[in-house]
Design a protein around this ligand. Structure first.
Ligand code: GLV
Length: 324
């Protein structure tokens, strides 16, 4: 009788990654997932990884030093996400664990969502939908639901990586003038003109945040920056919670110092308190962190994350390691 060596144990932090059933896995791999709908806390995640060779995680999962210490066999943490601020990279390096992410494949979906937020906020689409749902569509009034134009306005993109550039391509179709500001200078792509941050904020009608969360970008947009954007300006963020000072944003919207805003990301996620003032500010559109949430995009992200797992477990370099 022959016995086969057991394959690697691959732990997924969530049930139901789209397309998982079609992804080729190492021979004999054992996939471990929590039940549908479960979101394991830090202690549960540590238990799950005790004898794991690979861990597949999403943005809300905190992958910290305690988790690495609890996972002696772990070789790879594969994020099904592009942002990696939820992973302690120093601890990963100390434990010799490769960390990978999914750049590129979600740029278009996230840019689509940023543009959705721009249109929703600037043209007051949520307020308009709400009055229809309440049966309050009144007589025509030439002043009702007046928003501000998106076409031909100036768009400032803060963080000109793949997602920022995808937002710029959409803006070009709207006839917008596009400015961009990035930590490292970007080659001229014929669409966006580089500008210092303050100048970008002052000149832009619409500002889109597309930076990763780092110590340098935390609190990047506060009261002073919102005032530079000004009372006819719109701010949208598909970046990370914490980049915008939410209290300052609410204050600017309430006092007419900013026209409108749209957030897909929050300092606290999930934002569950139905009484949270962010959810009740008429000029603020809120979405529950769904930038990459299309079937095609999430399927590509699953495939990319699992390919990284397979390559690392086979002893080969990860195709998409997080940048050093
Ligand atoms: C989502 O927020 C991501 O980083 O992919």
């Amino acid at each position: 009788m022959s016995t086969t060596a057991p394959g690697p144990r691959i732990v997924l932090s969530r049930y139901g990654y789209p397309g998982l059933e079609d992804v080729p896995l190492p021979a004999g791999a054992e996939l471990v997932t929590p039940p549908a709908g479960a979101s394991p806390d830090a202690a549960e995640l540590r238990e799950l990884v005790a004898d794991a060779d690979a861990l597949v995680v999403s943005t809300p999962d905190q992958v910290d030093a305690d988790l690495f210490a609890a996972a002696p066999r772990l070789k790879v943490v594969a994020l099904v996400a592009v942002g990696f601020d939820n992973v302690d990279l120093e601890a990963a390096a100390r434990h010799g664990v490769t960390v990978t992410h999914t750049p590129g494949v979600l740029a278009d979906a996230t840019a689509d969502l940023a543009f959705g937020l721009i249109l929703m906020a600037r043209r007051r689409l949520v307020e308009a939908t709400d009055i229809m749902r309440r049966g309050e569509w009144g007589a025509f009034d030439p002043r009702s639901f007046l928003g501000l134009d998106v076409a031909n306005a100036t768009l400032g993109i803060v963080g000109y990586g793949r997602i920022g550039a995808a937002v710029a391509r959409r803006a070009a179709g709207f006839g917008m003038t596009v400015l961009q500001h990035s930590r490292s200078p970007r080659p001229d792509d014929g669409i966006a003109t580089a500008a210092p941050l303050d100048e970008l904020l002052e000149r832009s009608d619409v500002v889109s945040l597309n930076v990763p969360r780092t110590p340098q970008t935390t609190g990047l947009i506060g009261a002073r920056e919102l005032d530079l954007i000004g009372p006819r300006g719109t701010l949208v963020s598909t970046a990370r919670g914490g980049v915008v000072d939410e209290a300052a944003l609410l204050d600017a919207l309430r006092n007419g110092r900013l026209h409108s805003a749209g957030l897909d990301v929050f300092a606290t996620e999930p934002l569950r308190d139905p009484h949270d003032p962010l959810l009740h500010e008429p000029r603020l559109v809120c979405l529950p962190h769904i930038g990459s949430a299309s079937i095609e995009t999430r399927t590509r992200m699953t495939a990319m994350a699992l390919r990284n797992v397979c390559e690392v477990l086979a002893g080969r370099p990860a195709p998409n390691p997080v940048p050093a």
